[in-house]
Every structure is written in structure tokens, then in C-alpha cells.
Design a protein around this ligand. Structure first.
Ligand code: ADP
Ligand code: MG
Length: 465
């Protein structure tokens, strides 16, 4: 295999992680290197349809990733090059078919799975969803929809950062409806899958059939709608379909990583329609919620295991507290860390301890802790708020210095391995309960005040880089 083919495989691997297996199979997997030079490559795409989609959706990212892989800018172009299956099962260029043939010959619609529902994750139910302040509104809205025969609000628009439970809630709605009323049909699709089906129907003049399928649904859920950003007429058509479904009284549930107004590449009209029902966001997790989720995941992990000794495994509260303090990004990472700790203990056959946990998660925690000291945090935070570094350890209690001090304590807890008493000592010999109170207070403010949350997040990112 040539060097460029190898690089393309690397690029593909990276992108598979980013866009998910299904989208990867549909769009990127069939692409082959056709022509390669040192700083330019030409990729062969099996059909014009795929080429157009790949060019608008993935080309920029392919160039970026490729430049990273090879360490220099890369010119990437695309040609339509039909492929046939070789005896090896691998796609091979078909020398008999010139690209023009594709443009002239009408393409028969390729067969696809016709079910409107992607498979649902069995673990994503309401029972396994832990409710806390940051997600209770979204949860309550999801619950209402799952329990209503007619749409209580339409559409429901869920949004949050990654890994905070949007997909979980959507699947939970579907499971609940299936169980309560098997006669009702629920469709759940990723936005990419939906757009793929949709554009395909447009292209093959199969819209009637597609709309018929949609009409047969009682509830339609489209996940990660931020991936729908297409300039041409598809959005227009999508808009009408969307309106028609709403007029027919179908419940629609949409998720995205941003609020409707902040969505990019989506027409104003569509944005306002998306936001005209109930908009519910899931906030970043709080310490309490993370702890609750960890406790519930411990039970879940034990239940999943066939081994009889799994039930006896004890996860000390200290370990859960440690994880809840350190892994604040999202629930997916939190769960991943817990699973690693579990797997490690079982493999080694030892009890789960705090030391063991720190060791297992060494790489995960290290990036943050490598250079970061409490002194550095104090300095950065003091500069940011324009106060003296000495005020970090002074007894002054004026809000103007007390709040930044609390933020610095909070960041010290999150970004270093120091214990509460150690942090207290660094802040003018304060008691560990003072530090604990500061951490709580800052978490509370992060929940209540978006500006505050952004400011703390900004500080964190400056410190981490
Ligand atoms: P999103 O779709 O917002 O990116 P997911 O719904 O995929 O996030 O959630 C990521 C992981 O975290 C899933 O395994 C999910 O079960 C879990 N998770 C998220 N929020 C909760 C919660 N409140 N309770 C239990 N598990 C949760
Ligand atoms: Mg999701």
C-alpha cells in the first residue's frame, strides 16, 4: 500500500471516531485514493451524490485532519469514480465506466434499510436516568411527552453540550411509549441519517414514499440536528415536511448542541419553527448529580456482569467522590472512568482503592496536573480579576476578593491532585470546610448564572493550556 493510501486510512480512522460508524459507512468508507502527489491527493468517490455530500460536509475537515496526519498542508480534491466489488470483496476502480457515464445514466435507488427507527440502546431508559437540578427540566419535558397521547408541546427541542444525556432521554421516551402503548409508532433517527434518507428521496423522486413513512409515525425524533446544514433547497423541503408533520399532530422531538437561535447554517424560518414549542437545555453536571450518577452506574455495572463475584465488589465512597470532583466534563467520560476502575480491579483481583484509582486514571488526570500548581492558579485568577495575589491568602472578606478566591479554590480542587486541607493551607491557612464551601458555592453559581459559568470555564481553559 502506498504512503498516501496509508495516510488516508489514518484520516478515515480519525473521522470515524468523529462522525460515528453509520455516517462513516455511508460517506467516507467507499472513498479511495485515485492520484497522489506529495502535497495533493485526489480521492475517488463512487457517485456524484456522495461526492456532493462529502464535499459540503466533510471536505474541510478531511483537509484539516490530513494536514495534521502528514504535518503539512494538503490539497484534497474529489472525482466521481464508479467502483465495482472485486473478487476480494474490496472496492476496485472499474476501468470500463468513465465518470461521464454516471452523469448520463439514471441511477437506480440503492437499497437501504427502510425502518424509520435506528436501534435503541437498551440501557437508555427513564429508570436509569439520574435526575438532578441541571437536567430536571429536560427530564420533566421528556417524561410529559412519553406519557401523553397528544403532543403537550411541539416540538420539544433539547440541547446541551456533549455527553449530558440528550440521546439517553430520547431513547427513554421511545422505550416508555413502546411499553405503554405498543400501537403507537416512534421513529428515532440521527440527523445525518434523516437527511440522508431525505435527500435520497428527493434525488430518486421517492418523496411520496418517504412522506408516507413519516406520516405513519406518531412520534418522530431527530438527534443532533446541528449536522443539518445545507444551503440548497433541501432545507426548504425539510421545512415543509416538518410543518406538515406538525400539522398532522405528530409529536416531534429534536436535539442539538446549541439552542435553536444559535444553530448555524440553518435558515431563520426553520430556526424559529424549531424553537416554537418547548426548548429545554441540560446544564453542565453539578457535583451532586455526578455523585448520584456514579452511584447508580456502580449498580448498573454490577448488574451487567455475569460473574457472581461482581456483586461483592465495593467501591468506597471516597473513590466516587474523587471521580465526581475530578471528571467534570461530561457523563460519558465519568462513566468511562468508573468502568476502567472497575475493570482494573477485577483484572488484578484487588479491592478498589483511592490510590489504585489515581493510578488507573493516571493518564486521564495527568494532562491537567502536570504543570499546574495552586500558585499558578492563584496568579492567573488574581490577574483575571485584577486583585493582588496576596489577597488569595488574606483574611479580607469583601466580595471583590472573596469571590475570586473561591473560584481559585474551586479550580485548585478540580485541576490539581491537592486535598481540601492542602488547598486550605495554600489560601492563608484556611480550614478544609471553607474550601469545601467555596467549591459548593462556585458550583451553585455555575448552575444559576451562565455568564459566571463561562467566565470560570474560560479561566479553566487558560490554565489547562
Ligand atoms: P448526549 O446525547 O447529550 O451527547 P448521551 O445521552 O449519549 O449524551 O449520554 C452520554 C452517556 O452518559 C450515556 O451513557 C448516558 O447513559 C449517560 N448519562 C447522561 N446523563 C445521564 C443521567 N442523568 N443519568 C444516567 N446516565 C446519564
Ligand atoms: Mg447524543
Amino acid at each position: 500500500m502506498g504512503q498516501m493510501e496509508q495516510q488516508w486510512e489514518h484520516v478515515q480512522d480519525r473521522l470515524r471516531g468523529e462522525i460515528g460508524d453509520a455516517a462513516f459507512r455511508n460517506w467516507l468508507q467507499p472513498i479511495r485514493v485515485v492520484e497522489a502527489h506529495d502535497d495533493a491527493v485526489c480521492l475517488g468517490v463512487p457517485t456524484r451524490f456522495i461526492r456532493d455530500w462529502v464535499v459540503t460536509h466533510y471536505a474541510a475537515r478531511i483537509r484539516e485532519v490530513w494536514a495534521e496526519v502528514q504535518g503539512a498542508p494538503m490539497e484534497v480534491s474529489f472525482v466521481v469514480q464508479p467502483v465495482r466489488r472485486g473478487a476480494s470483496g474490496l472496492a476496485e476502480p472499474d476501468p470500463a465506466a468513465a465518470p461521464e457515464v454516471i452523469a448520463v445514466a439514471p441511477e437506480p435507488a440503492p437499497p437501504v434499510d427502510d425502518a424509520m427507527a435506528a436501534p435503541l440502546d437498551r440501557r437508555f431508559t427513564f429508570d436509569s436516568f439520574v435526575v438532578g437540578k441541571p437536567n430536571e427540566f429536560a427530564w420533566a419535558a421528556a417524561r410529559r411527552i412519553a406519557e401523553s397521547d397528544i403532543p403537550p408541546f411541539n416540538p420539544l427541542f433539547l440541547y446541551s453540550g456533549v455527553g449530558l444525556g440528550k440521546t439517553h432521554l430520547m431513547h427513554a421516551i421511545a422505550w416508555h411509549i413502546r411499553e405503554r402503548d405498543p400501537g403507537r409508532t416512534v421513529g428515532y433517527l440521527s440527523a445525518e441519517k434523516f437527511m440522508y434518507r431525505f435527500i435520497r428521496a428527493l434525488r430518486y423522486h421517492d418523496m411520496m414514499n418517504f412522506k408516507e413513512q413519516l406520516r405513519s409515525l406518531d412520534v418522530l425524533m431527530i438527534d443532533d440536528v446541528q449536522f443539518i446544514s445545507d444551503k440548497d433547497s433541501t432545507q426548504e423541503e425539510f421545512f415543509h415536511t416538518f410543518n406538515a408533520l406538525m400539522d398532522q399532530g405528530k409529536q416531534i422531538v429534536i436535539s442539538a448542541d446549541k439552542s435553536p437561535t444559535e444553530l448555524q447554517g440553518i435558515e431563520e424560518r426553520l430556526k424559529s419553527r424549531l424553537g416554537c414549542g418547548l426548548v429545554a437545555d441540560i446544564h453542565p453536571t453539578s457535583y451532586e448529580l455526578r455523585l448520584g450518577i456514579l452511584e447508580s452506574k456502580v449498580e448498573q455495572i454490577k448488574a451487567e456482569q455475569a460473574r457472581p463475584d461482581a456483586a461483592d465488589i465495593i467501591v468506597p465512597p471516597k473513590v466516587l467522590e474523587f471521580l465526581a470532583h475530578k471528571i467534570t466534563t461530561n457523563v460519558r467520560e465519568l462513566e468511562g472512568a468508573l468502568r476502567r476502575v472497575f475493570a482494573h480491579a477485577q483484572l488484578i483481583g484487588r479491592d478498589i482503592t483511592l490510590e489504585g484509582t489515581q493510578e488507573v486514571l493516571h493518564d486521564l488526570l495527568r494532562t491537567r496536573e502536570r504543570h499546574l500548581t495552586i500558585d499558578a492558579i492563584q496568579k492567573e485568577v488574581a490577574q483575571h480579576f485584577n486583585i493582588k495575589i496576596a489577597d488569595m491568602s488574606s483574611p479580607r472578606r469583601a466580595r471583590a476578593v472573596a469571590r475570586p478566591r473561591q473560584i481559585a479554590m474551586y479550580l485548585s480542587k478540580q485541576l490539581t491532585a491537592r486535598s481540601l486541607p492542602e488547598i486550605g493551607r495554600k489560601f492563608g491557612g484556611r480550614d478544609h470546610t471553607t474550601v469545601m464551601h467555596a467549591v459548593k458555592k462556585v458550583e451553585e453559581l455555575i448552575q444559576q448564572d451562565t455568564d459566571f459559568a463561562e467566565e470560570v470555564d474560560l479561566l479553566r481553559r487558560m490554565l489547562e493550556n
